[in-house]
Each structure stands twice: as structure tokens, then as C-alpha cells.
Design a protein around this ligand. Sequence first.
Ligand SMILES: CC(C)(COP(=O)(O)OP(=O)(O)OC[C@H]1O[C@@H](n2cnc3c(N)ncnc32)[C@H](O)[C@@H]1OP(=O)(O)O)[C@@H](O)C(=O)NCCC(=O)NCCS
Length: 182
Amino acid sequence: MILGEQIRLRAIEKEDLPKFVKWLNDPEIKHGLSMVMPLSLADEENWFEGLSKRHPCERPLAIEVQPDPQADEWIFIGNCSLSDINWQNRSAEVGIFIGEKGYWNQGFGTNTMRLIIKHGFENLNLHRVWLRVFETNQRAMRSYEKAGFTQEGKFRQAQYLDGKYVDVMIMGMLKSEWQTPQ
Ligand SMILES: CC(C)(COP(=O)(O)OP(=O)(O)OC[C@H]1O[C@@H](n2cnc3c(N)ncnc32)[C@H](O)[C@@H]1OP(=O)(O)O)[C@@H](O)C(=O)NCCC(=O)NCCS
């Protein structure tokens, strides 16, 4: 378990899969991700089986939040991951989605990012984390800026979305730029 303030990251369990199927078939959620085709429970079960073959540091993590700090209730709202870890360059790509849309725009995405980055820098000794985001995903870009990412460049017209090509923005953060939130 990776513990933050009102957020914790845990391993994904098989019981989580129906929620992923629901979330990842929601057009509003898929819009920010590179997912086009409908997803079945069998697809998710195959994905889950493959997780055990990944390096432990690259396995996605379930995001749980505690909306009321006084109550001992944790709600599973999405997932995040560090992937493509390059141990020579000490870099990793970070990804996130919150599937429970009622939890958008409350700072949970930003704080989850802060937590997984802290884990990457403090536990895995990474030097750089980076991400890709569609130029149309303004909520995500704002959230990443708040977490401390800066725009480094873009892949021009790299994503075909809603019948047109959009740029894929590259954002990154170096360990030297990272500060633990006060
Ligand atoms: C992207 C995502 C992780 C962000 O998490 P979140 O908890 O909703 O984000 P936060 O509340 O931390 O921050 C959102 C910020 O964007 C702002 N925002 C929301 N909609 C916006 C819009 N259309 N344009 C600009 N800013 C917007 C919010 O006001 C907030 O900024 P503020 O705190 O300065 O007011 C989450 O919305 C999500 O999972 N979306 C669906 C999947 C997805 O797109 N994943 C990212 C793929 S790269």
C-alpha cells in the first residue's frame, strides 16, 4: 500500500475488473485515453492475467480515496501506473484515469499524481517521469500542471480523435524539479 493524504494506492484485484469494464466503456472516460473498441470482461481478465508477468514496479495500482477523513471508508475510483521504466536513464511514463466521474474536479487526480511521483522519485529512485496527453484534454493538462509537470513538446497530429487529428502533448518532471507538497 502506498499511502497519501486521503488517497492510497493498492494492488489491483480480480474483483476490481467489472468496474474497469464499466469505466473503460464510458465514452466520456475513453475520450481521454487511446481506447476505441468496446471492452469485455474477458478482455480485462486477459489483461489482469498478464499483470503478473510485468515487472512489479510497472504493475498498475488501484486508486482509493477517503472523502471524509473522519470515516474509515475508502472508495475505489480508478487506476494509475508507472510504465516503460528505463533503469539506465531512470525514467518512466506515468498514466492515470479516474473512472468514478463524481470524483473528477476535486483534486484527487492531482493528488494521486503527486503520490505516484513521490513513490517514483523516493522509492524507485527515478530521475524523470513523463506523460502523454491529448491537447483536447484540458482538465488533465491542468491537473498535471498543478502536480508540477511542464510541457516539453508535442507529437503533432499523432492522435485521430472524433474525426480529426489532434496533437499529443508531452509533459515531464525531473526529480530536481519535484517538491514534496507542504
Ligand atoms: C484527468 C484526470 C485524471 C484529472 O483528475 P481530476 O481529479 O478530475 O483533476 P483535478 O481535480 O485534480 O484537477 C482538474 C483541474 O482542471 C480544471 N478543469 C476542469 N475542466 C477543465 C477544462 N475543461 N478546461 C480547463 N481546466 C479544466 C479544474 O478546474 C481543476 O483545476 P483547478 O484546481 O485549478 O480549478 C481525471 O479527470 C480523469 O481520469 N479523466 C478521465 C480519463 C483521462 O482523461 N485520463 C488522463 C489521460 S492523459
